[in-house]
Design a protein around this ligand. Structure first.
Ligand code: NAD
Ligand code: WQD
Length: 342
């Protein structure tokens, strides 16, 4: 069975392709490489022994997107990862985000409709919940005020898919990721942040390796157990496996309605200082950090209730925060070794 993965050259897309191949699926990817290179495809080939074809196509171009679907009429589903995801960039340039993330989604849906693709899985984010205080977050927790244009594109994307699925013959799943972290245990694929990273784990590993001289913990006076923010850090291979399970669930017609939503988190809240401690423990590196002011727009605490994904998809997150840090660190070291050997 063949699956079309959009954004397959990116962080979560690449890990998902590995999981799909390991579960017997054939995969084609569509990625314009606006935020990636084809480097992770080489890693996928080394891990799985399979060469994955990527169509270098901007999904905002309907004609080119249509041509990819036309050439791959035999797909059983689409997993739509392709999007821009940098929160501060979306604040600075909202139109870029609305144009890219929504036009690409609408074009994918137009093709899904025309070519009668039966199953669709969409990458959403816990950022759709906004600044909620109802914890842990369940899928019914009301959608809050979006804290950024990026988050708004995910809220709108969800609504577009819900409306689309209601009137068309497509079964859809929306997956709301919490904080994806870590890398594949092989050390052959991982996150490749372009420029200076904003997310905590790449900031930690880049500080430890010396790319960033000193990192700042944003906020020490929050009403949490140690004063720093709480998040639900979920390993990227656990996230990846949920996509395979979601697709199998749809293919087997286990879904209760045309469009279902699942939280993907571990269910455990971890503070920034606990994440740093976990990193120091597994790496043996003392991190150079300082306590700083709060970062504007940060929610204090958010973590998932993941019961629905466990019960319905049979998905069980396997990887601890320590092992997440271990794989993230292994990946950072492998990137450095690659540079040194060139
Ligand atoms: P990523 O940037 O590593 O991968 C996204 C890929 O999509 C990139 O390779 C990029 O080149 C491609 N892309 C973007 N716009 C495109 C377009 N118009 N046409 C073709 N390709 C395009 O990001 P990721 O971390 O792998 O995220 C994947 C998805 O998961 C995104 O939708 C993101 O919003 C969502 N998500 C990510 C996180 C996270 O923290 N990483 C959390 C929640 C949700
Ligand atoms: C985590 C914690 C920071 C960097 C973002 C998006 C969200 C989703 C996941 C896509 C926070 C603290 C960070 C640093 C720090 N992405 N931190 N020093 O903000 O929870 O979520 O990524 O959908 O939409 O908003 O993740 O990794 O940036 O921050 O103290 O140098 O680490 O304040 O408490 P966040 P993050």
């Amino acid at each position: 069975m063949k699956v079309l993965v959009t954004g397959g050259c990116g962080y979560i897309g690449a890990h998902t392709i590995v999981d799909l191949i390991n579960n017997g699926f054939d995969v084609v990817s569509v990625d314009s490489n606006i935020r990636s290179t084809t480097q992770l495809l080489d890693g996928i080939e080394k891990i799985t022994g399979k060469k994955v074809r990527n169509y270098k196509v901007d999904l905002c171009n309907l004609e080119d997107t249509h041509a990819v679907f036309h050439e791959n009429r035999d797909i059983v589903g689409v997993i739509h990862f392709a999007a821009l995801k940098t929160v501060p960039e979306s604040v600075a340039d909202p139109l870029l985000y609305f144009h890219n993330n929504l036009t690409s989604l609408i074009n994918v849906l137009k093709c899904v409709k025309e070519f009668n693709v039966p199953n669709l899985v969409f990458s959403s984010s816990c950022s759709v919940y906004g600044n909620t205080t109802a914890l842990p977050v369940v899928e019914e927790t009301p959608i809050g005020e979006a804290q950024s244009p990026y988050a708004r594109t995910k809220q709108m994307g969800e609504q577009i898919i819900e409306d689309y699925s209601r009137v068309n013959n497509t079964q859809s799943i929306i997956l709301r990721y919490f904080n994806p972290v870590g890398a594949h245990s092989s050390g052959l694929i991982g996150e490749l942040p372009l420029g200076k990273p904003d997310n905590l784990v790449p900031v930690i590993t880049q500080t430890a390796i010396g790319k960033i001289p000193k990192m700042t913990v944003f906020g020490s006076d929050y009403d949490t157990r140690d004063g720093s923010c709480v998040r639900d850090y979920i390993h990227v291979t656990d996230i990846a496996n949920a996509h395979t399970k979601a697709l199998q669930y749809l293919i087997n017609h286990n879904n209760a309605s045309n469009c279902e939503i699942f939280n993907l988190g571990t269910g455990n809240g971890v503070t920034v200082l606990e994440a740093i401690k976990a990193f120091e423990k597994i790496s043996g590196v003392k991190l150079n950090y300082t306590m700083g002011p709060r970062r504007p727009g940060d929610v204090i605490s958010i973590y998932a209730n993941n019961s629905r994904a466990k019960e319905k998809l049979g998905w069980i997150p396997q990887i601890s925060i320590e092992d997440s840090m271990r794989t993230a660190w292994q990946w950072e070291v492998s990137l450095r070794d690659k540079v040194l050997s060139n």
